[in-house]
Each structure stands twice: as structure tokens, then as C-alpha cells.
Design a protein around this ligand. Sequence first.
Ligand code: COA
Length: 571
Amino acid sequence: MRILLLTHSFNSLAQRLFVALGERGHQVSVEFDINDRVTEEAVALFRPDVVVAPFLKRAIPESVWRSTVCLIVHPGIKGDRGPSALDWAILDGERAWGVTVLQASGEMDAGDIWESLPFPMRTATKSSLYRNEVTETAERAVLTALDHIVQGGFRPEPLDEHGPDIRGRPRPAMKQADRAIDWRADGTSAVLRKIHSGDGRPGVRDEILGVPVWLYDAHPDDRLAGAPGSVIGRREGAVCRATIDGAVWIGYLRRREEGTVPLKLPAAMVLGDRLAAVPEVPAHDGVTWRDIRYEEADGVGVLHFAFYNGAMSTRQCERLRDAYARARRRDTRVIVLMGGPDFWSNGMHLNAIEAAASAADESWRNINAIDDLVRDIVTTDDRLTIAAMQGNASAGGVFIALAADRVLARNGIVLNPHYKGMGNLYGSEYWTYLLPRRAGAASAEVVTETRLPMGTAEARRLGLIDGHPEGDVTRFRRAVLDIAGDLARDPALPALLRDKAARRSADEERKPLAAYRAEELERMRMNFYGFDPSYHVARYNFVCSVAKSRTPPTIARHRRRGPERRKAAGS
Ligand code: COA
């Protein structure tokens, strides 16, 4: 089928559908929902059999839904309507929620239902639920709806708002007042629900140490306590605030004063000197927040690094590199690099770079700190390393994983192994060594030039990864630990390590790692300090969420001109 994905942006769900539908042999093209005229033009150019709308903020024009079946993905149960579906589900403490695929009609979210599937709720942020449960359920629901279309004869179910099995109802857009925290009355779980309901956007409006902010990235602590609302501790970028029955760590803040660029940044960066009197609190063994964590069993060391949004600042890279060095001093045979449950890595911390006095200097420091980490992994010769990608990864983040000996990715995650979309960034992380080493030179060029999201099946076919175990993050982690345990016990391990060392020294002789790095960084120096400001402009637009004014031709296949079309067909 010819499927047009009509979407506000090419977000994680749109990318996942793009990959899944392409894998099933459909012809998929994407158009951003910019205005009615652009949407009508896209439909006229592509002539889709069906329009699928994974993420819309406006209604589809009548001229389109009257002539073509338009399937809307709504992150809510049957009968639920409105733009804050997940926000309400979290705030109301729903135990089960769902995704409904409905047909666009004259009324928002009220069209006939093609499929509606449930999922169990988890204590997590809105964006974590969206990237995991919602995305997986939406993929299944959309595929079922498309099967109905292919088979023909299916009649979608009209929404009967008063029907006996209809639990959902129309809800208004959530306001800040609905999730406002009353620090003198709210316990830890209420505070968490409120912050989770607005994370990643819009956050919870609040004030902290006299600074007006939005709050994000909250985690419980089971030991610390203090006067409700007071800031009682700090740890790396995060601050700890007491509730009436415990405490929560808050990792990220966004200032909400006029005249400041409203960047989401580590709390300590936003609060600065105001934290001078706040004590540094070391992590304890119970429930608390820490972004880097090490555990060990049966000869396997596991390094977790759950960085918010997968963004890795200079400091985080340095701390992770130290943690890796400590892990290497342990008596283990395999080290698993586990990333975080929501993201493996999205490379340099673009917000921290934007906030720095010199964005160019901070970019330089950040990329060198990532490179140092990658070099340490690539040159680890006394044990095997496994990169275990539980969540999505992009740009330099993908290439960090390729530094490991084995790369495993959770089935269904989406990889974006390219940099060019960020203002023609050249990229480093030794990608010019690591990518062709795994995928071959020809595929490496296609991957970096086409700039498309890649699913785990394709990544496996190209050799970027070695396997993609199924399941949610818990099952995936278990599968990875089984594989790591088998390797650690494998009598052939010394031979594997000898092969690894031999291959590395042959590679080094052919071309030293330092030479790859120097060449990449020379190009990056031009990106950061050269005359062409594209990277700085693209980064600013990205961190400030400036909406795109057109869909890139890499994904708007219907808008490609002759040579672009031929190039894409050839690739
Ligand atoms: N630095 C800082 N923040 C980042 C980031 C990075 N490298 N990558 C992603 N984020 C943030 C986004 O700003 C967004 O923030 P929000 O919670 O305030 O909305 C959040 O992570 C989720 O990103 P989003 O784009 O909404 O997720 P997605 O799943 O829809 O799209 C990507 C994923 C990977 C396509 C997109 O995030 C991306 O292009 N990231 C930049 C990668 C990059 O160029 N890195 C630098 C070069 S090494």
C-alpha cells in the first residue's frame, strides 16, 4: 500500500511506524502537518491508499479525509478525547490505558474506531510511556487496521459515548493548575505523578530557591527527609527536595523568566550559586537517583548510564569514562554497557552546549570527551564488551555502541546512525572506523547519506548490531545478562580475546585510531568554528523546538525531484 504519514513532527512514534511499515513492504512517505494547503498538496502528489496520522496537533482538512481513509493514532482508550490523554491517565493514577486508532471525521478524536488495544500503566514519565507502551501498542493497532483495509469488508465501530464498554471520555487540555504541586500537602507519589504527567513537555510550573522554573525528571528517594518543599541535597546535576512524607530528586529544570532562553538543563546548572549552601549527598543503596550505576555478578560487570533524553554532556562523559575505568579494574570477564531504559544515547548534550558561554568551545570539549570514552572501549583488550541498547539511539550515540565487541539492541527500537540532519555535522566518535568495520564502506555511505531512521531488523542485516532480543526492557536486560554470562563462562573466551587483540593491532597498523580521530575532528572543527553556521543554527532550532517549515526530502519521498528520486532509488 501507499501510506502517507501525516505528522506534526518526525517523532519517535512516527519513526517507528515509518520503519515498521517499510519493513512490511509498504511504500511510505512523510509530510509534516504544516497547513491544509501543504497537506492537500502532499496527498495530490503521493496519492496514498491511506493516510496514517501518528502525532497531530490540528484536524485533518475535510477535503482530505472525505477522499482518503485517514487513521488517527490517539494515545488513549476508547471514548477518550482531547490533547492531554496521557497526562490525565498519569495524573489520575490509571492502572491500565490504551491506544485507539480511529478514522478522521468532522470531530476531533470522535471518528469510527478501527482498533483499540490496552496496555498496563507503569510509574514513569509521559515520554517514557509514550516511547515504550504507547509506541508498541500503536504499532500493533495500526498494523491491524491496515490489515483490515487490505482484506476489505471491515466496518469500523462508530463511537458510542454512552456504550457499556466505553470508559474514556472527552477531557480538556490539562492546565498548569491541574498539576500544580502543593509542597505542604503533596506526598512523594503525588509529586511524582504531577511531574511525570508533564515530562518531557510542558513540565510543572514551580519555583525553586526563588527561581521561577518548570520541573522535569523526578525520582523518589527513600531515605532523605526535611521541611516540605525545601532543597535538602544535591548530587551531580540533580537536586533533592523534601515532600511531606519523603523526598524527590529533580534532575532537570527550565527557567521561566522573560528574556532567558528557556532551555531544559540539569537543575544544578540552572540554580548555580543558589546551591552553595546545599550539601552534596552521596548515593545510598536504597531507592534514590543516580545516573551512573555499576553492578556485578558471575564475572559480568554491568554499567548503567541513564542520562535524561540520552544527552551526554562533557561532565557526564568524563564521569562515565571514570566509571568504565573502575569497572575495568574489577575482576570480570565481560563488561555490559547498558545505557538507560529510555535511551541508549543521543550523543552530545546539545542543550548544555547551547547554554555555554561559547557553544563552539563546549561542542569541542563535549565531542572530545565522547571520543575519549569510545577510545577506551575500543582499546579494551583484556575482556569482552557488550553494548546493550534498551532504548533509541541517534547520531554519535549509535557509534558509541559500535565501539563494543558485541552490539545488542532491544527489538523495535529505532536508530538514527547519522549526523547530517544536525546542520551537516560531520561527526566523530571514530565513526569512520567503526561503521565501515561493521557494515562495509558502501553501506556506511548509504546509512550516513540517506539520514533515515533504521529498525533493528535492518541494523542486523547491515551488521550494525549482532542481535535484537524481544521484549520489554526487563526481559531484554535479562536476555543480555544471559548472553553475557554465557560469554563469561565460555572456555573459548581467552581465544576470543586473542582474536580481538590481533584484529585491533592489525587495524592499528593499517591506520591508527588517532588518525581517524584527527581527520574527523578536523571536519568537526569546521562545523564548530568555520564560516558555515549551519550546525549552530540547526542546534538552536533543535533545542528551542522551532517547528520545521517543510518536510525534508529524505522522508517526503513524494516531493523529491528527478535526481534526488533516482539517487534514493539507487540507494
Ligand atoms: N542533546 C540534548 N537533548 C536532546 C538530544 C541531545 N543530543 N537528543 C534528544 N534530545 C532531547 C530533545 O530535545 C527532546 O527534548 P524534550 O524532552 O525537551 O522535548 C527529547 O530529547 C526527546 O527528543 P525528541 O526529538 O522529541 O525525540 P524523538 O524520539 O522524537 O526523536 C531524535 C529522536 C534522535 C531523532 C532526535 O532527538 C535528534 O535528532 N536528536 C539529536 C541527535 C544529535 O544530533 N546529537 C548530536 C550529535 S552527536
